[in-house]
Design a binder for this molecule. Structure first.
Ligand SMILES: Nc1ncnc2c1ncn2[C@@H]1O[C@H](COP(=O)(O)OP(=O)(O)O)[C@@H](O)[C@H]1O
Ligand SMILES: [Mg+2]
Length: 317
C-alpha cells in the first residue's frame, strides 16, 4: 500500500491514525475564491491548545450476528470538521450514527463523543434523522416541533416559557421558517419540514451534528438551504458534522473527509483521496470508475447498486 492510500478496514495491525487537522478553508459556494473558516475558527473548549476530538473511535467494530458491518475503525473527528459518510444501502451508515447517539453498542472497541460516553454526551449532539414526512394530521405546529429541541426536558430543568418562546423564534428565523411558525407540520412541504428538523437539531447549539440523509427527497433549492444551515453551524460554532448521504454532490464543497463504507470494510480520507477509481475498485473488489462531469462526481460500476441508482451514470453511491 503506498502512502497515499487511505486507511482500510482490513488488517489486524492497523496502526492508530494520526488524524490530520481538517482543512481550514473550504470553497464557499456563495463566491469562488472566498474562504470559509473551518475547524480553526470554531468554538473550542481550550483555545490555543489542539482541540480534543469531538468524536473518537478506536478499533471499533459493529456486527449483527455473523455480519460485520465494519471493524478496525480508528477515527478522530475534530471540532469543526465535516465528515461525510458514504456507502450503499445496508452498509451501516445509520448504524454508525446510532453508535454515536449511544443507541447501539459497539461489538468491540471504544467510542467517545466530546470526551464522554455517547449517552452521556447526548445533550451535546444535534440529530437530523432520516426524513419521514409527518402525517397530515400531526397535532403539532412548526414552532412546537422546534420547542421540543429547546425545552428543558433534555437538561432535566425547565426553561422559563418566555425564554423558550424567544429561542424558538430565533431558531425559526435562522432556518427561514418564521412565516409558517403556526402551521401544522403535517401540512408543510418536505423542504419546510426538514428546515424545522434542522432548527430542532440546532436548538442546543450542539458540538456535534449528526445528519442522516438530511437532503433526501428535497429539491435542489432546499438541498442547498439545508446543507448551508448545517455548514454554518460548524463554521460559526465549531460543531463537528457527520453527514450520512447517498449523494455527496450537494455537500462536496463542505466536506473535509469521507468515511466510505462497503463490503464490510471502509476507507477514510479527503474526497480526493477516497473518491478515486483505484481506491473504490480496491474497496469493492471490482472495477469502479469515478468520473467528474460538470463539477459533479459520478461513480459507475458498483456491483451492489440494485435500487434506483442502478445506472451507469449513477451518483455516488
Ligand atoms: N438492530 C439491528 N439488528 C439486526 N440487524 C440490523 C439492526 N440494525 C440494522 N441492521 C442491519 O444492518 C445493516 C445496516 O443497516 P443500516 O445501518 O441501517 O444501513 P444504511 O444506513 O447504510 O442503509 C442492514 O442490513 C440492516 O438490516
Ligand atoms: Mg440509513
Amino acid at each position: 500500500m503506498d502512502s497515499s492510500t487511505p486507511p482500510t478496514g482490513h488488517g489486524p495491525d492497523l496502526p492508530l491514525r494520526d488524524v490530520p487537522e481538517p482543512r481550514t478553508t473550504t470553497p464557499d459556494p456563495g463566491g469562488p475564491g472566498t474562504t470559509a473558516p473551518g475547524a480553526a475558527a470554531g468554538r473550542r473548549r481550550d483555545p490555543g491548545a489542539r482541540a480534543a476530538p469531538a468524536i473518537r473511535l478506536r478499533d471499533a467494530e459493529l456486527a449483527f450476528g455473523d455480519r460485520v458491518l465494519w471493524s478496525g475503525l480508528d477515527l478522530d473527528v475534530a471540532p469543526g470538521e465535516y465528515l461525510a459518510v458514504l456507502g450503499s444501502n445496508g452498509t451501516g451508515k445509520t448504524s454508525f450514527l446510532k453508535v454515536l447517539l449511544g443507541l447501539l453498542p459497539l461489538t468491540s472497541g471504544t467510542v467517545s463523543v466530546d470526551g464522554l460516553r455517547p449517552r452521556a454526551a447526548a445533550r451535546h449532539v444535534g440529530y437530523v434523522p432520516q426524513q419521514r414526512g409527518f402525517p397530515a394530521r400531526t397535532p403539532l405546529r412548526a414552532k412546537d416541533l422546534v420547542a421540543q429541541g429547546v425545552d428543558g426536558d433534555r437538561w432535566g430543568i425547565r426553561l422559563h416559557p418566555g425564554r423558550v418562546r424567544r429561542r424558538v423564534a430565533e431558531l425559526l428565523e435562522r432556518v427561514g421558517a418564521s412565516d409558517y411558525a403556526n402551521a401544522p407540520v403535517g401540512l408543510l412541504s418536505g423542504g419546510e419540514q426538514q428546515r424545522l428538523r434542522v432548527a430542532q437539531a440546532l436548538a442546543a447549539d450542539p458540538s456535534v451534528m449528526l445528519c442522516d440523509e438530511a437532503l433526501l427527497s428535497l429539491d435542489l433549492h432546499h438541498q442547498q438551504v439545508v446543507s448551508e444551515l448545517v455548514h454554518e453551524q460548524r463554521v460559526r460554532h465549531g460543531s463537528a458534522v457527520v453527514f450520512v448521504t447517498h449523494d455527496v454532490n450537494p455537500i462536496i464543497d463542505h466536506v473535509d473527509r469521507i468515511l466510505y463504507l462497503a463490503n464490510g470494510s471502509f476507507r477514510i480520507g479527503t474526497p480526493d483521496e477516497v473518491l478515486r477509481s483505484d481506491v473504490l475498485s480496491e474497496l469493492y473488489g471490482t472495477r469502479i470508475e469515478v468520473l467528474r462531469s460538470n463539477g459533479r462526481i459520478l461513480v459507475a460500476g458498483r456491483p451492489d447498486s440494485t435500487h434506483h441508482t442502478d445506472s451507469p451514470e449513477e451518483l455516488i453511491p
